[in-house]
Design a protein around this ligand. Structure first.
Ligand SMILES: [Zn+2]
Length: 297
């Protein structure tokens, strides 16, 4: 006769064996072609001065209409571009305050004289719902007072910062002001999916847009890469899409950029695809997306 303790052990082995031959739990079906009817919230748009003549405000809204883009968060060099677009179509545009103007650009804006006063004046004058997209290339301690002041404005107004940088400046901002909300442009652009995932794990109020990451996510064109799929599965409530129309070349291919985003979203289950397409940005920018917005201003 076998000792009594062996019986539960044998039973456990048997259960393990049965589980191992059962099919994997079914993944929800990808949304596929039905993604075409899901509206998009473009969370990373620019309307810079060189675009104003080639793409008048009316044309921008028509491009959004044609591509099922209900709302866009727009920052511009100079900020006047965002305001023009917002004033033309307030229901469709969320203006985000970019610091760049005159001689102040991505590499020197933190040193520009009067920058804080400029930002304060504009954010008090207009309806901005974020500050950015700005670049932080290195961590210069002499920039700290300005960055802290910007973080405090964002926190007081409960609006996100839209930051283009690698992981270190994002960490620095959360150290300066732990209650900040940050939209990490391009998920750090060059940071690997694993780092994006670890950052999203660590900071509950960190979000990321995936502009310029589409081919990376698609593993060069096929299915979604395993590393990105892990990030998407864990953080489908924190990712959003964007086109980054930083030069007119991007405006020229706006339809293709939206189609490329719909391509990778088509490989995800509907509930996840909808979050990334517009629901997360709805929450971040306090707007309501509806297909009924298309064709309106
Ligand atoms: Zn950008």
């Amino acid at each position: 006769m076998k000792p009594a303790t062996q019986i539960p052990l044998m039973r456990a082995t048997l259960i393990a064996a049965v589980i191992s031959i059962l099919p994997m739990p079914l993944q929800a079906e990808p949304i596929g072609d039905a993604i075409r009817d899901v509206p998009i919230f473009d969370a990373h748009m620019h309307y810079k001065q060189p675009a104003w003549a080639a793409y008048p405000v009316k044309t921008v809204i028509e491009l959004m209409d044609e591509n099922g883009v209900a709302i866009a968060a727009v920052s511009s060099t100079p900020d006047e571009g965002s305001i023009r677009l917002f004033e033309f179509a307030p229901e469709r545009i969320v203006p985000v305050l970019r610091p760049y103007h005159d001689d102040a650009g991505s590499s020197n804006w933190t040193k520009a004289p009067g920058m804080l006063a400029y930002l304060q004046k504009r954010i008090e004058t207009y309806a901005h719902k974020g500050i950015g997209e700005f670049h932080i290339h290195d961590l210069d301690p002499s920039d700290r007072p300005l960055l802290r002041a910007i973080a405090q404005i964002a926190k007081a107004r409960r609006i996100p910062l839209h930051i283009h940088s690698d992981a270190a400046p994002v960490r620095m901002f959360f150290k300066l002001e732990p209650e900040l909300t940050i939209l990490w442009a391009h998920g750090g652009m060059t940071e690997p999916a694993e780092v994006v995932g670890a950052m999203l794990d660590r900071y509950p109020t960190l979000y990321a847009d995936t502009a310029y990451r589409e081919f990376d996510i698609l593993n060069g064109g096929g299915d979604i890469s395993p590393a990105w799929r892990a990030v998407i599965n864990r953080h489908s409530d924190k990712l959003m899409v964007g086109t980054d129309t930083w030069v007119n070349d991007q405006w020229d291919i706006y339809a293709k950029l939206i189609a490329l985003n719909r391509l990778w979203l088509s490989k995800l289950p509907r509930n996840i695809a909808e979050r990334i397409a517009y629901k997360n940005a709805e929450r971040l920018f306090h707007r309501k997306v509806s297909p009924a917005l298309l064709g309106t201003r």
